[in-house]
Design a protein around this ligand. Structure first.
Ligand SMILES: C[S@@+](CC[C@H](N)C(=O)[O-])C[C@H]1O[C@@H](n2cnc3c(N)ncnc32)[C@H](O)[C@@H]1O
Length: 286
């Protein structure tokens, strides 16, 4: 029986020519061996690697060599400590979106008493990551989540259950499910499809992640839908927290001038992510 370290080193050697990283190999080995972190692969390096694991490890390596993101290979992603099932029908949750949730939890006191019974909707929930993390942080909030994609919704439902969070899910575009169900909201949060510049998209994303989660469709932009219909779901006030691309600032300002300025008093704030890019729009309507 080979040692774990030898199996690991052999995989690094074979994977290198296909651009497979040692971190991804450790993630796969850790997943197979049920370690909680990839570093444990190194801590257990002198142990034997049971041959019964070899077929699944070879299968994982083949997928990595084809450029499949490691989260899809092991069907697992982590979001703010929550383990989520993911496959290629949902977007892999990103670090920037973790920052979106962190920004909400840091800034919520500027707008509301978070101990209150607040109704929050996550539009375009995908894997359910935002709604699950927010519900875990603020258990007294009523958490609603929606998506156009039925396969995303079934994954989000399973993830919510697996993480012990109570979320009510709706299918339908943008604000439509909330309008149809006469639901008034205190908070809207969304990481909608926002890519407009395909040249900035890595090939592993382009080839493997769902296009309906990635690209902004100017004819059916979630941003435009939300700004246009906001009056139909707004309670006394409404906080809107959006993830955006930095090249959308003019477009979003134009939408707010058109749909919000004539009708509401509102305060807007663009926030940067940790990489220094404008990444979030927080909007508070009174
Ligand atoms: C960028 S992904 C975000 C997924 C998840 N919230 C996250 O942050 O990882 C966008 C999601 O919005 C959904 N979507 C796209 N257009 C939509 C629309 N008009 N209404 C509701 N959901 C939409 C897609 O199916 C996809 O799940």
């Amino acid at each position: 029986m080979p040692k774990l370290f030898d199996v690991y080193m052999q995989a690094i050697k074979e994977g290198a020519e296909h651009g497979v990283t040692s971190a991804d190999i450790r993630i796969c080995l850790a997943h197979i061996l049920k370690y909680s972190t990839q570093i444990e692969v190194l801590l257990h390096k002198d142990e034997q690697f049971d041959e019964c694991y070899q077929p699944v490890f070879s299968h994982y390596l083949k997928q990595l060599e084809m450029g499949v993101p490691v989260e899809y290979v092991i069907n697992e992603a982590t979001f703010l400590g929550h383990k989520l099932y993911v496959d290629n029908t949902v977007l892999i949750p990103r670090m920037e979106t973790e920052e979106l949730v962190a920004n909400i939890s840091e800034r919520i006191l500027d707008y509301y008493d978070p101990r209150n019974y607040l109704v929050c909707a996550d539009i375009g929930t995908g894997s359910g990551c935002i709604a699950i993390a927010l519900k875990a942080l603020f258990p007294n909030w009523v958490m609603l989540a929606s998506d156009l994609s039925l396969s995303s919704l079934s994954i989000a439902k399973k993830n919510a259950e697996a993480n012990g969070t109570k979320i009510t899910f709706y299918d339908g575009p943008s604000l439509t499910p909330y309008i149809q169900n006469n639901i008034a909201l205190d908070i809207i949060v969304s990481n909608p499809p926002y890519i407009t510049d395909l040249s900035r998209v890595q090939s592993s994303v382009k080839n493997h992640e769902p296009s309906n989660a990635l690209y902004l469709d100017p004819a059916h932009s979630v941003y435009e839908d939300v700004f246009r219909d906001i009056g139909k779901v707004k309670k006394n006030s409404l906080l809107v927290c959006l993830e955006i691309d930095d090249n959308l600032v003019d477009y979003l300002n134009g939408l707010m001038d058109k749909f919000l300025t004539p009708n509401y008093r509102y305060k807007k704030e663009y926030l940067k992510d940790l990489n220094g890019f404008v990444r979030f729009l927080f909007l508070f309507l009174e």
